[in-house]
Design a protein around this ligand. Sequence first.
Ligand SMILES: [Zn+2]
Length: 386
Amino acid sequence: MTHTPFGFSTVADIHLQWGGSKSLGDLLSARFQTRRSLLVTDRGLIDAGLIEPVEKSLRAAGFDVTIFDQVVADPPEAIVTGCADMAKSRDIDMVIGLGGGSSLDIAKLVAILIANDQPLSDMYGIGNVKGKRADLVLVPTTAGTGSEVTNISIITTGETTKMGVVAPQLYADFVLLDAELTIGLPKIHTAATGIDAMVHAIEAYTSKFRKNPLSDALAREALRLLGTNLIAACEDGTNREARENMLLGAMLAGQAFANSPVAAVHALAYPLGGHYHLPHGLTNALMLGPVLRFNASVAAPHYAELADVLNVPGTGDVQARASAFVAHMEDLMDQSGAPRRLRDVNVTDNSLSMLARDAMKQSRLLVNNPVDVTEEDALALYREAF
Ligand SMILES: [Zn+2]
């Protein structure tokens, strides 16, 4: 078999260690010369006691530590620029993002903003970041976004629109995967973030243009790990094996979709997050079933392969195996306890056409979908999810 040309990029230095965040200082002092660190996180993690041991370990290893704890879900631009201004005033030379996807996305942009004069508003889109960045370390506390290994930051602009910055400078220098940080995550968030990670694997595997042998291998292994550990992690949040495999799976899915981008599930999920402030993982879980069925006309051979990856029982032709895969995903989502319909999360019937209109703005994502999505299609998909 010959290959069409492809490239693949990821974070060069990734370390997995249960409880590793308690030795973050030693892990970083061995790798970096910089010592004036900014820890980007949210208030909830501080209140949960997760930040104190990290801060202690950093100080013990000789780091100055400034904490920025004002990260919120669906972060607006003002939080990013405010954090960057504060970091500049303190001569920060290392940014550590520790938290969910929002904390990591903000840390990535702040590391660039403090090293350059380019305004954030010039960075949206693909490849528009001009300069270098400060040292960047990412430590995820959810097994979902994969942001720790992607070159993407998602920021809310204006009232409701989610925009992406995509640039090679957003790949971190070092990632720590410490699944112990995820054990306090409530069941509903474990379910939603885990399904989001599965969506990353599936959309990378069926992406129209940049799917390649490396992204495929990563997506398959990600889906296997996530699909066989999701329910165990939901049922017992302290299950170390399930938690580690979910975090590993989410990271592998992140590596896959950073190179073979996500598509219509995400394009339709973003307006739900923007207008209703629903968590990213949940919005993806709500749209996955309808989009899988919509895409099956073209993606059935890939879905049939993924049915085998997940050991979905049964035999049959490609269409039968693809249907079995979609049914298996629906069943996993039911078992996980995640809400399954838009009306269950207070989305209103009369907002669906506005959501469909907004989804069309996500052209960066829609171009990757195996089947073209028109505004009428988007509306039909929201109706199906309603
Ligand atoms: Zn996602």
